[in-house]
Unconditional design. Structure first.
Length: 154
């Protein structure tokens, strides 16, 4: 039993990439396992956790968690929390044009008095088409230029 547990733990290690070494055109048959590299973007928006501070003009409330969003550049995935439920989805961003297209959904746990904030946040995520960064704050606007979300870097 102990051996099978150890075998399962070994299978759950970080992803690796097999590299075969060659010298002078001959393969030595030896290989070295190297972890896959995680690609991160340094644009000041992606791969940074953002605390949601305002939704449609109202202060974001803490329920079970602090509401936040994070844009993961490697797979263009968005993660976060509404204050009650996890948020997940995908996004397309153009940092030069300051445009963004979010496709995100929240979980379905029922949190008393959190439903209104979750509905507003869901609407804001769907409506957001552009963003502006100023210092440590990001504002997202809809197609009419109205602010729908205000976020701050954690």
């Amino acid at each position: 039993m102990l051996i099978s547990c150890l075998g399962l733990m070994a299978c759950q290690s970080s992803p690796t990439q097999k590299v075969t070494t060659k010298s002078q055109g001959k393969s030595h048959g030896s290989s070295v396992e190297q972890p896959l590299k995680v690609i991160r973007v340094n644009d000041g928006i992606q791969d940074i956790p953002w605390t949601i501070v305002q939704i449609a003009g109202q202060k974001a409330k803490f329920f079970h968690h602090q509401p936040y969003l994070q844009f993961s550049s490697q797979f263009r995935q968005i993660q976060g929390n509404t204050g009650c439920n996890n948020i997940s989805g995908t996004y397309v961003i153009d940092t030069l044009k300051h445009s963004i297209d979010l496709n995100a959904r929240a979980g379905y746990f029922s949190c008393d008095s959190a439903l209104a904030q979750e509905a507003e946040l869901s609407d804001a995520l769907q409506a957001a088409t552009q963003f502006q960064i100023q210092a440590k704050q990001m504002t997202m606007q809809n197609s009419r230029g109205q602010t729908v979300l205000v976020l701050e870097r954690k």
